[in-house]
Write a protein that binds this ligand. Structure first.
Ligand code: CP
Length: 306
């Protein structure tokens, strides 16, 4: 694995190897991640052309825990604003001896363009491109599910909300089918579920209670307002009434079901505060696991594994 651009097409052995490598970075309580010298002398450039809190910060922490030098380009203050192209920016940063580019971009495919452009010793990790793919989120979601549920083969997992605009949903579906989940469901209004879900081996539901019935894992998604035009955009109150996860609605899932969300959450829109702060939510552990998973991805693509 030289670049990580998508989970789609990755063999199960590679996905499992990434998760196992991440587990090796964590201590017994799965919270602390010790500093290791695996990327000493390497330079990681974080290029976030779209906003981020969790992904950008955990990549930064992960690179530092691997002893790499990390550079966070402030895109708003960079020469991108003066019209410099994406690939010219990449050439100039490569001239500063970049080893790994971590790229988030609103255009689907931007990390692929960079991966085709850079030389063989430079690695690209997709940190979210348009509505296409968010592979490290998908991997940390798989890590989280494996942590709490151990085995995928008996699991029914529901992905709920704005699936149409969600790169996380696509990465989770690829991760879950690759790892052999028993059943993957998507649940959402007709306007926000894409047409190709059946081809992806996923069951489609348009009713929340039916869609999460007897599920082991419920993954909630935010309404991606920034990717919607007016006609598609439901009102927050309407949406919450039909698809917002409340403690009462969560009773339809299994009693030991876990509730996940990639963040940022919108309390009272797709999820009730009582669920976010309740005993079944594992939303903050997801964030924590992201550090070890991103360490695993960067050390594997750079060929400097433990
Ligand atoms: N889950 C996620 O990608 O969050 P950020 O947009 O804050 O990075």
């Amino acid at each position: 694995l030289i670049h990580l651009l998508s989970i789609e097409g990755l063999p199960r052995e590679i996905v499992t190897h990434i998760l196992d490598t991440a587990a090796n970075f964590t201590s017994v309580n799965d919270r602390e991640v010790k500093k290791v010298p695996l990327l000493r002398g390497k330079s990681v450039f974080n290029l976030f052309f779209e906003n981020s809190t969790r992904t950008r910060t955990t990549f930064d922490i992960a690179a530092k825990r691997l002893s790499a030098d990390v550079f966070n380009l402030d895109i708003a203050r960079s020469s991108t604003a003066k019209g410099e192209t994406l690939l010219d920016t990449i050439d100039n940063l490569t001239a500063m001896a970049a080893d790994i580019f971590v790229v988030r971009h609103s255009e689907s495919g931007a990390p692929y363009l960079i991966a085709q452009h850079v030389g063989p010793h430079v690695h690209v990790v997709n940190a979210g491109d348009g509505r296409h793919s968010h592979p490290t989120q998908g991997l940390l979601d798989m890590y989280t599910i494996r942590h709490y549920k151990k085995d995928f083969s008996n699991l029914t997992v529901a992905i709920v909300g704005d699936v149409l605009h969600s790169r996380v949903a696509r990465s989770d579906i690829h991760g879950l089918t690759t790892l052999g989940a028993a059943e993957v469901r998507v649940v959402g209004p007709r306007t926000l579920v894409p047409a190709d879900m059946a081809q992806m081996g996923v069951r489609v539901f348009h009713n929340l209670e039916e869609g999460i019935k007897d599920c082991d894992v419920v993954i909630m998604l935010r309404l991606q307002n920034e990717r919607m035009s007016g006609a598609l955009l439901p009102s927050s109150q309407e949406y919450f009434k039909s698809f917002g996860l409340t403690p009462e609605k969560l009773l339809h899932a299994k009693p030991d079901a876990i509730v996940m969300h990639p963040g940022p959450i919108n309390r009272g829109v797709e999820i009730d505060s009582a669920v976010v702060d309740g005993p079944q939510a594992v939303i903050l552990p997801q964030v924590t696991f992201g550090i070890a998973v991103r360490m695993a991805v960067m050390s594997i693509v750079a060929g400097n594994e433990a």
